[in-house]
Design a protein around this ligand. Structure first.
Ligand code: NI
Length: 178
């Protein structure tokens, strides 16, 4: 946080099949794995391109919600999000660009999103709950938005370590996105 590349609108990818995009994705996956994150956007490694890598662990999703599904590591190039309905829900998020911090962030409950694959095909899916949250968090990075800018009550912005020391079991923050 504070690096100008995280504040600007990232550039669209003209050719998702270009070797430079494959190389960028490889570097992103490596950084994400190193940081033990579940998602990463290109600006987080200081490359201003509209590229996200994301996986949604099954354990984070709501088994009662058929649209909140796990997803293996997926590359999203030029992703676009359309909220489905106005409903927002709050949950804890963290971000590799704000180490040690967590906050309660309202996000659209249900979205449709689309993206280009590395082979240049356009795909789309509907997601809700945690899955939808993770997509919204990562795509915000492409528009220069970090999660505190989405918070409506900054009193929940906290250091994870302090929250662990002082919070009771029912309000344990977890890393909801990266
Ligand atoms: Ni993040």
């Amino acid at each position: 946080m504070g690096h100008p590349v995280l504040q600007r609108i990232a550039d669209s990818v003209a050719d998702p099949t270009a070797p430079e995009i494959r190389a960028l994705v490889d570097a992103m996956i490596e950084s994400m794995a190193e940081a033990q994150g579940i998602g990463l956007a290109a600006p987080q490694i200081h490359v201003s391109r509209r590229v996200v890598v994301l996986m949604v662990p099954e354990v984070r999703t709501d088994p009662e919600d058929p649209e909140d599904t796990g997803m293996p590591l997926t590359v999203l190039i030029n992703p676009e999000i359309e909220p489905l309905g106005d409903e927002k829900i709050g949950d804890w998020e963290a971000c590799l660009s704000l180490p040690g911090l967590t906050g309660l962030v309202p996000r659209y409950k249900r979205i449709r999103y689309s993206w280009s694959t590395l082979s240049g095909e356009r795909e789309e899916r509907i997601a809700s709950g945690f899955h939808a949250r993770a997509v919204q968090h990562e795509c915000d990075h492409l528009d220069g938005i970090l999660y505190p800018m989405r918070m409506t009550d900054l009193s929940s912005l906290a250091f994870v370590e302090e929250m662990r020391r002082f919070s009771s079991d029912q309000e344990q923050p977890r890393r909801a996105a990266e």
